[in-house]
Ligand binder design. Sequence first.
Ligand code: NDP
Length: 245
Amino acid sequence: MSDVKGKVVAITGASSGIGEAAARLLAAAGAKVVLGARRVDRLEAIAGDIRKNKGEVEVQAIDVSKREDLTRFVQKAQDRFGRLDVLVNNAGLMPLSPLDDLRVDEWDRMIDVNIKGVLYGIAAALPVFRKQGSGHFINISSVAGHRVAPTGAVYSGTKFAVRAISEGLRQEAGDKIRVTIISPGAVESELAETITNPAVKKRIEDYRKMAIPADAIAAAMVYAIGQPDNVDVSEILIRPTAQPN
Ligand code: NDP
């Protein structure tokens, strides 16, 4: 039987939203958590709360668009807790805009963080999981990884890519490594703050009023991690009842 208690779980993008909720819920369930993001002050505050509740936690400043940061992140988990059981590739951004805006820097950034960040996480953890003979990747895609809408061409492209890479990884992983895709719909977080087109930002903020708490996604991680070792929860799609598509 697998369980969450005692597992070492490293989470990228743990300073807010879904990553923060996952850090808190997994630590409360007895996991040893390693939290990564760029805003270390936020990570330290979350870690302080976890320690107050007798949880075990480590933090590290990482930029997932830098391969060496993910290597150090995975190493940190091993140095502190002796192993790594789960890597949650969660860090991401969503600066939606029409292609006509030519916000090419934002396209680059989404590709660097949402796609390459996940690949660098895989590159860092896969050899460790192979050596251990066990491990679990949880990669965060999106409902936007299943469907495309105007202003979301590049963001959806990155989230389709996360699903394709994760499914390929699952097929290659063999019987010792688990791969889970979690595809959230609208969830309360700071995600819309990365939108720089004012009209799109306003529309998305209005749309996201029906967002559900990030705990709903964290609970799915607890579920996927807690399954027996030979059970791969391959994909979970979670959205508000009020979200039409
Ligand atoms: P938030 O904006 O609240 O969180 C994003 C996290 O990613 C932050 O912790 C941020 O930390 C981190 N991050 C961003 N860029 C980098 C980077 N270069 N290196 C390291 N960390 C980085 O949004 P969410 O919690 O919503 O987003 C989490 C994931 O969920 C994303 O992949 C997003 O695409 C996905 N998602 C979210 C949905 C939603 O409605 N909320 C719906 C579907 C998918 P910091 O700035 O401190 O580095």
